[in-house]
Design a protein around this ligand. Structure first.
Ligand code: GBH
Length: 483
């Protein structure tokens, strides 16, 4: 770490350093003492939790909701763990007033939720369903009444089945339909909701849904078709940014919740740091990179060759419509080392001994919560960042005394949040953190077998039991610091 960074981390103002360098060596020991001070987060830093419609709401057939690809997929035998579906999930549709009390009790100041497209437009397009709008309107009012700022995601993977029947994201018209739905919904809620995220994790629904087939709609398309539908998905994002601006009340902010591959220099020396920086752009070339830069990288186009997406200059401009903030969903790290290949870096596959949480993919690498926001802010000069998801699955069990002692989740959160603090102390503009998740919920293909909540849910009775990690998070929020 250079002197400038060291002083920033230790909480001294930048202006102090030339003076410090004039002092005798003994007097310069000062920063070490202040580095040992507790790590306060900035005043007004937002502490929240995140959820998604299909994972928590249930009430799948209520109040005019139309079917989405996830209804179809989860009801297809063999697609989800144990055949689990989101038909009931946490029954958040009915129990949200109670769950907002839980949030308030923990001291949350914000909540990220998603709108189910098919509650608003049951068939994807056409006439809006007033009952759907009313539901989200009541939810927003209840959050605000509890002093909790609503952050709204417009697409968390529950594509209307009616649109999938016409090709889903392979059909360019889906991008248009999404922009219309997004603009309409922002128009209806932006008198009270100030922050909208267009989409959650474009990479996930494109790659898992249309390439690997392990998420809805369960297709295994070739790389040419995947690249083209990826293009329509980022185009849909851009078109919806414009639609939200056109229909939202003045002051509405628009962003995205993106799961960048969080590149981490395997050792913090200049050559690996430089490699991680390059990797951040290349590994995310058809997602955040194209959205920020309005062009696919040369290496991406070269790698795809004849399978590269077809696009127009006008589309590229739309894709890069300026955003007000960027949300990052951060879980496992991607460790990067420098090498002398064309890209200048290599991804290190985790050795089989690498520790992970209950989900096998969730390697524990707390430094990713330092490096991901730092690199994103540096590379694309982003001025307002949020961690829109971070959290962990654990093999939670109710102890004989009725408590859930998820010491591993507490360990995970403590270490990740310490690294987030490190980034903020260096001036990375992260304004809030959304823990995934308040409640155990429907974990997609893993059904109810993987729990991510800081509150345990008994899915037979809908009883909620705050875990040890809820007590930990409550204390973090109360003190605005991690210990
Ligand atoms: C987020 O995805 C989602 O936004 C959220 O809905 C989800 O509940 C949460 O994380 C926890 O998973 O099974 O080995 O093929 C995180 C990114 C990408 C992580 C796909 C799991 C599947 C890996 N996800 N990945 S594997």
């Amino acid at each position: 770490m250079n002197r400038r960074k060291f002083l920033q981390t230790s909480g001294l103002s930048l202006g102090a350093w030339p003076l410090a360098s004039l002092l005798p060596a003994g007097a310069r020991a000062q920063p070490l003492q202040s580095a040992a001070q507790p790590s306060s987060f900035p005043k007004g830093f937002l502490w929240g939790s995140a959820t998604a419609s299909y994972q928590v709401e249930g009430a799948a057939h209520q109040s005019g909701r139309g079917p989405s690809v996830w209804d179809t997929f989860s009801h297809t035998p063999g697609k989800t763990f144990n055949g689990d579906t989101g038909d009931v999930a946490d029954d958040f549709y009915h129990l949200f007033p109670n769950d907002i009390k839980l949030m308030k009790g923990l001291g949350l100041t914000t909540c990220r939720f998603s709108v189910a497209w098919t509650r608003i437009f049951p068939g994807g397009v056409g006439q809006p369903n007033q009952q759907g709008i009313d539901f989200y309107s009541r939810l927003v009012d209840a959050l605000l009444a509890a002093g909790i700022q609503p952050y709204c995601t417009l697409y968390h993977w529950d594509l209307p089945q009616a649109l999938q029947d016409r090709g889903g994201w392979e059909n360019r018209d889906t991008a248009k339909a999404f922009a219309e739905y997004a603009g309409f919904t922002a128009g209806a809620l932006s008198d009270r909701v100030k922050h909208f995220m267009t989409m959650n994790e474009i990479r996930s629904f494109v790659e898992l849904g249309y390439e690997q087939g392990i998420h809805a709609p369960g297709l295994r398309l070739d790389s040419q078709r995947v690249a083209q539908l990826n293009h329509y998905a980022v185009l849909a994002h851009g078109m919806s940014v414009q639609a939200i601006r056109a229909h939202g009340k003045p002051g509405t902010k628009v962003g995205i919740a993106d799961n960048v591959q969080g590149t981490v220099p395997v050792v913090e020396v200049p050559k690996h740091i430089e490699a991680a920086r390059r990797a951040m752009r290349e590994q995310n070339a058809s997602f955040l990179t194209v959205i920020e830069e309005g062009r696919y990288t040369d290496l991406y186009l070269k790698r795809l060759g004849a399978n590269a997406p077809k696009f127009t200059a006008e589309e590229m401009q739309v894709i890069a419509s300026p955003m007000d903030f960027v949300g990052l969903n951060i879980y496992q790290p991607t460790y990067i080392r420098a090498d002398d290949s064309e890209t200048g870096y290599a991804v290190i596959d985790p050795p089989s001994s690498f520790p992970h949480m209950y989900s096998p993919w969730l390697y524990v690498g707390p430094e990713v919560l330092y490096w991901a926001p730092k690199l994103v802010a540096d590379i694309w000069k982003v001025k307002e960042l949020y961690i829109t998801e971070n959290g962990a699955s654990a093999a939670d069990a109710i102890a004989p005394d009725g408590e859930v002692y998820d010491s591993d989740r507490v360990m995970y959160l403590r270490n990740y949040l310490t690294q987030l603090h490190r980034a903020i102390a260096e001036g990375v503009p992260v304004r809030g953190y959304f823990l995934w998740s308040l409640l155990d919920n429907f974990e997609w293909a893993d059904g109810y077998s993987k729990r991510f909540g800081i509150v345990y849910v008994d899915f037979a009775t809908q009883k909620r039991t705050p875990k040890l990690s809820a007590t930990f998070y409550k204390k973090v929020i109360r003190d605005n610091l991690v210990k």
